[in-house]
Ligand binder design. Sequence first.
Ligand code: GLA
Length: 405
Amino acid sequence: MKTLLMLFLLFGCSSISIVAQKFDKLALTPPMGWNSWNKFGCDVNEGLIKETADAMVASGMKDAGYQYIVIDDCWHGARDNLGFIQPDATRFPSGMKALADYVHAKGLKFGIYSDAGSKTCGGHPGSRGHEYQDALSYARWGVDYLKYDWCNTEGLSAQGAYTTMRDALFATGRPIVFSLCEWGNNKPWEWGKTVGHLWRTTGDIFNCFDCIKDHGTWKAWGVLQILDMQKDLRQHAGADHWNDPDMMEVGNGMSENEDRAHFSLWAMLAAPLIAGNDLRKMSGQTREILTNKEVIAVNQDQLGIQGFKYASRENVEIWVKPLYGGDWAVCFLNRGTTSQKIEMDWSAEPIKDDLSKQELNARSTPYQIRDLWKDKRSTTKEPYEVIVPAHDVVLLRLSASKSRG
Ligand code: GLA
């Protein structure tokens, strides 16, 4: 009897233990998609989501690499008498499975939003105490991406709560990208790598380049403010686990220069590229920014190294990002409100990245230079000089290989 008990403890228990982990390799490069929140807030319904999926294909965004259509807060109805969450029947009369099918039929992926607390930030049912049940519903509906927020979480440990949802998602057997939206409060970059595929590093962005909006109990941040908060985080990011400086505001009211700078910076940061504008009505300018394939290639580069600020010269910051094959992206950001000239003598100024051990050394390797917004070429053999307009960038790709320049 004793032996039987021993055998059961040894083999019986181990055979039923579940290995919980995150689904690996779902985000080897930063996720690209669209999310409803920045433009539409709580005003979401199935018509909007279907039209957005249509527009993502028709606008060329899908071809440029955008994949996920994510419904943020406020899609929820109530829980049924077994506790299963239902979508709001007025806004989503066909149900989430039908909507996911629609999105999938376009060759896109479908994402949804919940919250680790009792209620979402918009006051809808959160997943606290319903994690496994909600994960099961998402899997049944065909969800591919979950953004998981952090409102109304009093008394919860962030790492614990996000790990519970990670395990619940894993238990469904459906690969679902897990986006941690806890605003950087509990340093998710220190523990998020094994929990999710991306984690917010800051509070919410809003559509202003250089501003802070005070909501009393919380603040929303402009593009530059969010950029500054990325300092010292790059060593935590890499393939399948990205720092997320929040969704984009391109096309939501900033100037064209500011939108271009915002998009370029998110590319330099290896940030998830989640558009937040109305794809059905975007201007040609907005579309050109969001679909610039060479800028997207900087973001999606297979080395997966987040860029960093190399130097500041008056109002211009020089950001650099090592790329696969010895290439580099170099971004001159003008934070000021007047244009500024910048000069760069490449061979006099080798740039070393201690993290990736890459070196931009134009003295030993001449690079071809390509201006990714202006389609202009030059080489590092001559000193470089350019005027960077106010609140704008000049973004270059330096190619070590001559054939690619
Ligand atoms: C929080 C998140 C936002 C958005 C809203 C929805 O503020 O940070 O991105 O999801 O909640 O209520």
